[in-house]
Ligand binder design. Structure first.
Ligand code: ATP
Ligand code: MG
Length: 200
């Protein structure tokens, strides 16, 4: 029997991308034999409309800098090029058309997987993809007990990761307070934040 070829999609705001994101993606590659993980920075995240976010191009550049040294990682501009709100269901359709014989895994942290039920077209999303989800300090998977997720439980895999209590919100807050963000994210991203005076 031929082995199923798989890719991973990691969506996010990446404002900025940090070691929590990179660790989860890397563990997913190893555990599921993914050929690639595509990091997909969102242009306009529907759930973050009422907060100030860094320009999509700068978030894209930081994502490139953070992933450049890993041959399994790529960054996709698909949501940046698409007009309107960034919906994951549209992104998955795009990857399906680009990778017709691949299994597509959408990779998330524990906080995000339990929110998908409230995203656009969750049924369609679960029909098209498999999910890999990683524990995240401060969040639980208890939301997965609800009826919607129970219906799709065979398509949701829990990924073992060294859990990192790192968030973009925490990083932005540290920069604002003048604290160091060394060891929270890739040094090239740290340098980029400092050069462009982000999050001050
Ligand atoms: P913010 O604080 O701005 O929401 P964030 O750190 O949550 O930022 P996002 O860009 O919102 O980062 O997250 C993108 C994806 O990465 C989501 O699926 C989220 O659950 C996951 N993720 C982010 N940080 C971690 C972490 N430390 N451990 C596990 N998953 C994470
Ligand atoms: Mg988040």
């Amino acid at each position: 029997m031929e082995k199923i070829k798989s890719i991973g999609i990691m969506g996010g705001t990446f404002d900025p991308i940090h070691y929590g994101h990179l660790m989860v993606a890397s563990c997913a590659v190893e555990a599921f034999g993914l050929e690639k993980v595509f990091f997909v920075p969102s242009r306009i995240p529907p759930h973050k409309m009422n907060q100030q976010i860094t320009s999509p191009e700068m978030r894209y550049e930081m994502t490139l800098l953070a992933t450049m040294d890993n041959p399994w990682f790529s960054v996709s501009r698909v949501e940046l090029e698409r007009n309107g709100m960034s919906y994951t269901v549209d992104t998955i359709k795009y990857f399906q058309s680009e990778f017709p014989d691949y299994r597509i895994y959408f990779i998330t942290g524990a906080d995000t997987i339990v929110e998908i039920v409230s995203w656009k077209a969750p049924e369609e999303l679960f029909a098209m993809t498999y999910f890999i989800t990683a524990a995240r300090p401060g969040y639980s998977f208890s939301g997965l007990q609800n009826e919607f997720y129970q219906r799709y439980k065979d398509k949701i895999a829990i990924l073992e990761v060294p859990e990192l209590a790192i968030s973009s919100t925490g990083i932005r807050r540290r920069v604002k307070m003048g604290k160091s963000i060394k060891y929270y994210l890739h040094p090239l991203v740290e340098a980029y934040i400092s050069k462009h005076q982000l999050y001050r």
